[in-house]
Design a protein around this ligand. Structure first.
Ligand SMILES: Cc1cc2nc3c(=O)[nH]c(=O)nc-3n(C[C@H](O)[C@H](O)[C@H](O)COP(=O)(O)OP(=O)(O)OC[C@H]3O[C@@H](n4cnc5c(N)ncnc54)[C@H](O)[C@@H]3O)c2cc1C
Ligand SMILES: NC(=O)c1ccc[n+]([C@@H]2O[C@H](COP(=O)([O-])OP(=O)(O)OC[C@H]3O[C@@H](n4cnc5c(N)ncnc54)[C@H](OP(=O)(O)O)[C@@H]3O)[C@@H](O)[C@H]2O)c1
Ligand SMILES: Cc1cc2nc3c(=O)[nH]c(=O)nc-3n(C[C@H](O)[C@H](O)[C@H](O)COP(=O)(O)O)c2cc1C
Length: 685
């Protein structure tokens, strides 16, 4: 990311990867027509420029070639996944692997929901032919599907008029969620209901995985309910008498090829050619320089919030007010050094990982994530390994398999076993013990690199930020407003948030030509201003929740300067203390002065003897809020999902109920209607 870490450009790396992998290359070539079509659609959409648009889930970039339908008399089972960070995909693949071992008279296929069909018609056509399917579906945002499940979810859950057309279908749904969010496992529940409504028959009740606890245990428990059902469907009389041997999941491992360090410069050079991709997305991010960075808190504050600007000029990246930016960050050098010590492998070891055998057949039944490009171990640990989250149980088993001390191996296996459930929950999860901390406790566990990157350290994920600028005001910059994550865990470790710390330390272009940069991409959102700028709006965003509203206000200011008439707007902002964390105070006052914002209400939570939150300010303005809502206005909430958005939601209920003199069920349906009609929008995380 920094020039000092000179490493291959990510997009070029991904391209090289495509060409290294024969299967992907084949898909690429056979999908060129689709690709061109999608590129046209992409630019056509983008050419909408600043015009408000309705949100449509993105179409797939590459639609995989359909697998040939071979009628071998075997029962076909399709296992779908909707994932953002890979857990659902991992569960789907683990389920398929075990199922393959259990039922040799059935064929199991793991399918990314986006790859299943190119359009609604194809979803319908293909689903009609299925007889047995299993879904693994994660929930995100405000109870929304993952990006790769968005098209399917919209089509399937809006298709009530299709009637009971899935009577030949039997299914299971396992949801991935977190109980701390208001809409716990909403996507899995909604898909489960929709399947029943459309005539399908469920094998077992919907599984509700909770990653606030141990989602692997939830998955294991649900899977145990599924096997007896599958036994009756997929085994015949001969099988019924055979006693199946207990299944043990194999430790995942890439094939590793070590390369001569003499080849290193040439290879790295060959990978650092320009980004040749027409489309910029999570799989094809684009390098963006940090143009500016400044601290938003005053020196009196003991916390930090960073305003950071990415320069997107000449990158091909475009965005709209309210969109999100995804940022691929890097681990700190100190974190990487610790990992190098624990692995005991020289940092400059140059290697490549492969998910297939030398003869091209896939390893681990094709359940390995796509490899990252060849690089040194230091680069791999910096860019691709999640080292600070707590290890999953499967990672403990992988470590156990490579622990030379039998006591350590036993303890690792115990922690991952049903008997060690409580200790895992306490010692690993509740203590927020990082993977590196766990490895330090088991020094004899030295997994080879192929195992470490496949089964121990998950892939480092991009972080999302609500863009805090408007392209009407700054077309060549993407602004981010990022709160630093920094705090002590139960083990006294100081957790330095990976991306927020990177942003805090970023060197901007106005300070050095050797500025920091990151691979970034834009994700469209439905958090948009009303099409008609005269429609009144209410914005509620304490702390970094103000981010997208800064974009909204920039947009309104630009419209006003262009002579467009604006409706009234109220912003409820909250922070601890005006002397410390009243971020963008001057800008906010200027927005009011310039008429882009009609009213600014700020709740300071730590100034007086009692806490004052945005909700208190909302209650003070209850009649104005009700007037705006009843006149067709929009309500927007942004920021913390687990506490603030939940409490603000309750306050909104109270205001609607009291001001509208409604009973509780009428209030409920009014608020629901606001949500359904896109007039109550939340960008929460
Ligand atoms: C759609 C969306 C929009 C977002 N917009 C914004 C935005 O505009 N601004 C913004 O600042 N963030 C935003 N976020 C959050 C952002 O994506 C990152 O999660 C955040 O910056 C933390 O990332 P990190 O890599 O620094 O921390 P990580 O390394 O990922 O660490 C975060 C984890 O650390 C732990 N943790 C948190 N606080 C502490 C603490 N005090 N002590 C110990 N452990 C702790 C928690 O387990 C937490 O999950 C958004 C998220 C989403 C999904
Ligand atoms: N993914 C993540 O893990 C993630 C992402 C972003 C931020 N964070 C965490 O959030 C911290 C800062 O975030 P921030 O700057 O956006 O906000 P913040 O400064 O923590 O909070 C802004 C204001 O909201 C108040 N508040 C707290 N709970 C509330 C509630 N239930 N309803 C209404 N208002 C409430 C706070 O008051 P009090 O503090 O006085 O109660 C404060 O006045 C970071 O340090 C980071 O640890 C975590
Ligand atoms: C930003 C964010 C938002 C989330 N929103 C919800 C939610 O609304 N409801 C829920 O049940 N879980 C929510 N979750 C939890 C995820 O669904 C859970 O972590 C899941 O295991 C992710 O699966 P994946 O790795 O397959 O993407 C959220 C997680 C994150 C990081």
């Amino acid at each position: 990311m920094d020039h000092s870490n000179a490493s291959p450009e990510p997009a070029a790396e991904l391209f090289s990867l495509l060409f290294e992998n024969k299967e992907l290359a084949m898909i690429l070539t056979t999908s060129i027509a689709v690709l061109i079509g999608c590129v046209v659609v992409f630019f056509w959409r983008r050419s909408g420029g600043q015009k408000p648009r309705s949100f449509e889930p993105p179409k797939p970039l590459i639609v995989k070639e359909p697998e040939p339908e071979i009628d071998d008399g075997k029962k076909k089972v399709t296992i779908f996944f909707g994932t953002q960070t890979g857990t659902a995909e991992g569960f789907a693949k683990a389920m398929a692997e075990e199922a393959k071992a259990r039922y040799d008279k059935a064929v199991f296929r793991v399918v990314d929901l986006d790859d299943y069909a190119a359009d609604d018609e194809e979803y319908e056509e293909k689903l009609k032919k299925e007889t047995l399917v299993i879904f693994f579906l994660a929930t995100y945002g405000d109870g929304e599907p993952t990006d790769n499940a968005a098209r399917f979810y919209k089509w399937f859950t809006e298709g009530k008029e299709r009637g009971e057309w899935l009577q030949n279908l039997q299914y299971g749904v396992f949801g991935l969620g977190n109980r701390q969010y208001e809409h716990f496992n909403k996507v899995a529940k909604v898909v489960d209901d929709a399947l029943v409504e459309q005539g399908a028959k469920c094998l077992v009740p919907v599984g509700l995985g909770d990653d606030d606890q141990c989602i692997e245990d939830d998955f294991s428990a649900w899977r145990e309910l599924v096997w007896p059902e599958l036994d009756t469907l997929l085994r015949d009389e001969d099988d019924a008498t055979t006693v199946s041997t207990p299944y043990t999941a194999a430790v995942l491992e890439y094939r590793v090829v070590y390369r001569d360090s003499m080849d290193t410069p040439a290879l790295e050079k060959s990978l650092s050619s320009a980004n040749g991709n027409a489309v910029i997305d999570a799989q094809h991010p684009c390098r963006a320089n940090v143009a500016l960075r400044r601290e938003l808190h005053t020196p009196e504050s003991d916390r930090s919030c960073i305003h950071l600007e990415f320069d997107i000029s000449g990158t091909g990246i475009a965005y709209e007010t309210g969109d999100h930016v995804g940022v691929y960050c890097e681990n700190l050098t100190e974190t990487v050094e610790e990992a190098l010590n624990l692995l005991g492998v020289p940092p400059e070891t140059y290697f490549s990982i492969h998910s297939d055998k030398e003869d091209g057949t896939p390893l681990s039944g094709g359940s390995l994530p796509p490899p990252f490009p060849p690089c040194t171990l230091r680069t791999a640990l910096t860019k691709y390994a999640d080292l600070l989250n707590s290890p999953k149980k499967s990672a403990l088993l992988a470590l156990a398999a490579h622990a030379s001390d039998p006591n350590e191996a036993d303890r690792l296996r115990y922690l991952a076993s049903p008997a060690g459930k409580d200790e895992y929950a306490q010692w690993v999860v509740a203590s927020q013990r990082s993977l590196l901390e766990v490895m330090a406790e088991f020094p004899s566990a030295k997994p080879p690199l192929g195992v470490f990157f496949a089964g121990v350290a998950p892939r480092l994920q991009p972080r999302f930020y609500s863009i805090s600028s408007s392209p009407r005001m700054v077309p060549t910059r993407i602004h981010v407003t990022c709160a630093l994550v920094y705090g002590k865990t139960a083990t006294e470790r100081i957790h330095k948030g990976v991306c927020s710390t990177w942003m805090k330390n970023a060197v901007p272009l106005d300070e050095s030509d050797q500025c920091s940069w990151a691979p970034i991409f834009v994700r469209q959102s439905n958090f948009k201003l009303p099409t008609d700028s005269k429609v009144p709006i209410i914005m509620i965003g304490p702390g970094t929740g103000f981010a997208p509203f800064r974009g909204f206000l920039q947009e309104r200011l630009a419209l006003k300067e262009a002579g467009v008439e604006l409706g009234p707007s109220i912003l409820f902002f909250g922070c601890r203390n005006r002397r410390m964390d009243f971020i963008y105070e001057d800008e906010l006052n200027n927005f009011v002065k310039a008429g882009a914002l009609s009213e600014l209400l700020v709740a300071f939570s730590r100034e007086g003897p009692t806490k004052e939150y945005v909700q208190n300010k909302m209650l003070e303005k209850a009649s104005d809020m009700w007037k705006i809502i009843s006149e067709g206005g929009y309500v927007y909430v942004c920021g913390d999902a687990k506490g603030m958005a939940r409490d603000v939601h309750r306050t909104l209920h109270t205001i609607v109920q009291e001001q509208g003199s409604l009973d509780s069920s009428k209030t409920e349906s009014l608020v629901k209607n606001l949500q359904m009609n896109g007039r109550y929008l939340r960008d929460v995380w």
